[in-house]
Design a protein around this ligand. Structure first.
Ligand SMILES: *[C@@H]1O[C@H](CO)[C@@H](O)[C@H](O)[C@H]1NC(C)=O
Ligand SMILES: *[C@@H]1O[C@H](CO)[C@@H](O)[C@H](O)[C@H]1NC(C)=O
Length: 479
């Protein structure tokens, strides 16, 4: 376990987790996995910090300055952070560099909010003064995934710290390296000891202890719908902690006849294939109107095939396609591809691994898919698109909504009223019009349906990390 004073607290070291460089297969380091006891120590440190030297005791402007200083330190260390992330996750260095840059911007943005958090006064009668305060929860737990580890860390810690909470952070057991480097930067930025505590380890030990812990008042999680459900159950069975969830997706991306083909191909391809498809917003169900179908598919297949040529060492500047994160994920994705073939879908391109070693998968496009196929219904989290041809707008909306998820959607058309109508009809927390997978720290992000609860990013994220107190003041009412 690491607190803001980088140190191991409990002396426990029960499991060693090895990290393999996903490109070469070499073990790059080992890290100790924490246990429930470490979570107790982290919560104790966070509680003490919150009560003595954090929360609303520290003016928002001071918290904001610390967050800004942290952003500057991340910037100074961005090459090292990007290299660690590249090695650990296997995504191209150019992408990890861009994600670190986005994280820096995100911290600066939330540093700016720290002194702009306020409630309202509410007029009732002249005998009463009533106002609201947006207070931090105290100790919050943040549990982040492995697909974009540092960026996801910033999604949580930016608003959690801006609003004055103390945090216990659990990185994914397979991608803790940038979070551990970050722990040292927190010290340099001047955060009091215990304000941020990082506990490594597995979901069934550390994650389980966090989600049941009676002194954690709120838990923010990004990851699978299955784990999100477990966290909600744990909250129900323990202290009813507030839960926010950003979960899986099976997002529809709809291309109409009147779309700009070249742009639609590029955005759609990057929407499903970027980060090796390991992204919750992946536009994995692509609906293409019949008039544009042949031309669009030709472009999409060419794009996918060209990515195979730009596959290789994640550190090379020409690499755009890296390996899947791990052998497990690689096998899972290949399993989905096999199920698509077995169910009778047509492989337009891809459908196989790249080479004979490493965890590389060819960007894959299935056509002739049926709505009940596993590849159409389940989140694959790999570079695999299912394409469905459609005739009418109504049909596309109907099929687009036919999923238990609701994280994102895309619409491509040069007809503005159609774009807006379809974006509004689709059941999703994010609708991209003539673009895809283009997030911004100032714009709220979260899911409809089984894709999540709550909104991260933007001003909305301040609500996620605060609770409202209503204060009633008697100004002369006599009983
Ligand atoms: C946009 O689409 C609608 C039908 O949905 C159509 O009536 C309208 O003429 C279209 N506008 C343009 C500029 O093509
Ligand atoms: C989305 O489609 C579903 C059917 O798949 C339908 O029940 C729902 O009303 C649609 N939502 C909107 C907003 O049109």
């Amino acid at each position: 376990m690491l607190s803001t004073h980088v140190r191991r607290v409990s002396g426990l070291c029960i499991t060693l987790i090895s990290f393999r460089d996903t490109a070469t297969g070499k073990v790059i380091t080992t890290v100790c996995a924490g246990a429930a006891k470490d979570v107790d120590l982290a919560v104790e440190a966070a509680t003490k910090a919150y009560k003595t030297s954090w929360g609303l005791k520290v003016p928002g402007s001071t918290r904001g300055q610390m967050i800004t200083k942290l952003a500057n330190l991340i910037e100074q260390n961005s090459d090292e952070l990007a290299a660690l992330e590249c090695m650990n996750v296997g995504k191209p260095f150019t992408s990890t560099k861009a994600e670190i840059a986005n994280s820096i911007a995100l911290f600066r943005y939330f540093g700016g909010w720290a002194d702009k958090i306020h409630g309202k006064t509410i007029e009732t009668t002249e005998k009463k003064m009533a106002y609201t305060r947006h207070e931090p929860f105290g100790v919050v737990a943040c549990v982040i995934p492995w697909n974009s580890p540092f960026y996801m860390l910033s999604f949580k810690l930016g608003p959690a710290l801006a609003t004055g909470n103390a945090v216990v952070l659990k990185p994914s057991e397979i991608t803790p390296l940038t979070a551990l480097k970050f722990a040292g930067l927190l010290n340099e930025a001047g955060f009091p000891p215990g304000v941020v505590n990082i506990v490594n380890g597995y979901g069934n030990t550390v994650g389980d202890a966090l989600s049941h812990h009676p002194l954690i008042r709120k838990i923010a999680f990004t990851g699978s719908t299955l784990t999100g459900r477990k966290i909600l159950e744990a909250s129900a069975k323990s202290n009813l902690k507030v839960v926010s969830l950003e979960l899986g997706g099976k997002s529809p991306n709809i291309i109409f006849d009147d779309a700009d083909i070249e742009q639609a191909v590029k955005w759609s391809a990057s929407g499903i294939f970027n980060n090796m498809g390991q992204t919750c917003v992946a536009g994995s169900r692509i609906f293409v109107q019949e008039g544009i179908y042949d031309a669009f598919m030709k472009g999409l297949a060419a794009y996918a095939e060209n990515m195979v040529n730009k596959c290789g060492d994640p550190f090379s500047s020409g690499t755009v396609h890296g390996p899947q994160i791990s052998e497990n994920q690689f096998k899972r994705v290949m399993g989905f591809i096999d199920s698509g073939k077995a169910d009778g879908a047509t492989v337009l391109t891809g459908g196989d691994r790249i080479g004979s070693e490493g965890f590389y998968v060819k960007p894959t496009i299935f056509t002739q898919v049926k709505p009940d196929m596993k590849i159409v219904r389940e989140e694959i989290f790999g570079p695999v698109a299912s394409v469905i041809k459609f005739k009418t707008e109504e049909e596309a909306i109907e099929m687009g909504n036919d999923t238990s998820y609701g994280l994102a959607c895309g619409v491509f058309s040069q007809n503005t009223s159609r774009c807006i109508r379809v974006a509004h009809a689709l059941e999703a927390g994010t609708a991209w019009v003539n673009c895809y997978r283009w997030l911004d720290y100032a714009i709220p992000f979260g899911g409809y349906k089984q894709s999540g609860i709550g909104r991260e990013l933007g001003e909305y994220a301040l609500e996620l990390y605060t609770q409202v107190k209503a204060v009633h003041v008697n100004v002369g009412q006599v009983l």
